[in-house]
Design a protein around this ligand. Structure first.
Ligand code: TYD
Length: 207
C-alpha cells in the first residue's frame, strides 16, 4: 500500500525542525517506517540549489527565478526520494514543501497562489501532501527565536514575514481539507500534542 505524506510548514522560527524531530521519534517508537526530508534540499542537487537560493552572495534571483529554483529542488526530491519512499509504504515527513512556495513566492512575493499551484502541479501530479501542518505564529515573536547567521529570506523585513504568515492562512482557506493550522506560540510539548491529534484525526496512523 502507498504510504502517507505529511508536510510541516510555517514561517521562519516557528519551530518546525523541533516538531519534525518529535513526530519522527514518536512514529518510530510505535513501529512506523518514517522517511524524513527537507526543502529546499534533500537531494545533492537540491542542496546545491538551496545554497544558491539562500546565499547572500552575488546577484539575488528575481521572484520568478526564486520560485523556479525552489520548484526545481522539489521536482528532484519528489522523483528521487519522496515517491520511492511512498511506494515502499513509508510515512514521508517533509520540513517545508509546496505550501512554502504558495505562501512565500505566491503571496509574500506577489506572484499569485494559483500560479504557483499551477507551476508545481505540473510535476507534483499525485504527490500533494495527505496532511499539511501549518505552524502559525506572529513573526514578531518567531523571528526572535532565530539564532546564528540569517539567510537571504530570513533577512527580509518584518512586513515580508507578516505577508508570509498571511499567505499560509490564505493557503489554509483555499485547501481546508488537506491543511490544518496549529498555534505555534504554545510550548513545544503542547504544539506536539496538537500535531499528534491532527495526525490521528486524519487517519494517517491508527492508534
Ligand atoms: P528553511 O529550511 O526553513 O531554513 P532554515 O533551515 O534556515 O530554518 O527554509 C529556507 C527558506 O526558504 C525559508 O526562509 C523559507 C524559504 N522557502 C521559500 O521561500 N519557498 C519555498 O518553496 C521553500 C521550500 C522555502
Amino acid at each position: 500500500m502507498r504510504g502517507k505524506f505529511i508536510t510541516i510548514e510555517g514561517p521562519d522560527g516557528a519551530g518546525k525542525t523541533t516538531q519534525v524531530r518529535k513526530i519522527t521519534n514518536y512514529l518510530d517508537s510505535i513501529g512506523y517506517k518514517v522517511l524524513v526530508t527537507r526543502e529546499p534540499g534533500g537531494t545533492s542537487l537540491g542542496e546545491r540549489l538551496r545554497d544558491m537560493v539562500l546565499t547572500l552572495k552575488g546577484e539575488s534571483p528575481v521572484p520568478e527565478a526564486e520560485a523556479l529554483i525552489y520548484a526545481a529542488s522539489r521536482a528532484q526530491l519528489v522523483k528521487k526520494v519522496i515517491n520511492p519512499a511512498l511506494e515502499r509504504g513509508n510515512i514521508v515527513l517533509c520540513d517545508r514543501f509546496v505550501d512554502s512556495s504558495l505562501a512565500y513566492q505566491g503571496w509574500a512575493r506577489g506572484l499569485g497562489i494559483q500560479e504557483l499551484t499551477n507551476i508545481n502541479g505540473w510535476f507534483l501530479k499525485d504527490t500533494w501532501p495527505d496532511l499539511t501542518v501549518i505552524l502559525d505564529v506572529d513573526p514578531a515573536q518567531s523571528l526572535k527565536r532565530l539564532r546564528g547567521k540569517k539567510d537571504r529570506l530570513e533577512k527580509e523585513t518584518l512586513a515580508f514575514h507578516q505577508r508570509v504568515r498571511e499567505g499560509f492562512l490564505k493557503v489554509h482557506s483555499m485547501y481546508p481539507n488537506r491543511t490544518t493550522i496549529v498555534d505555534a506560540s504554545q510550548c513545544p510539548e503542547q504544539v506536539f500534542e496538537t500535531i499528534l491529534f491532527e495526525i490521528k484525526k486524519s487517519g494517517i496512523i491508527n492508534i
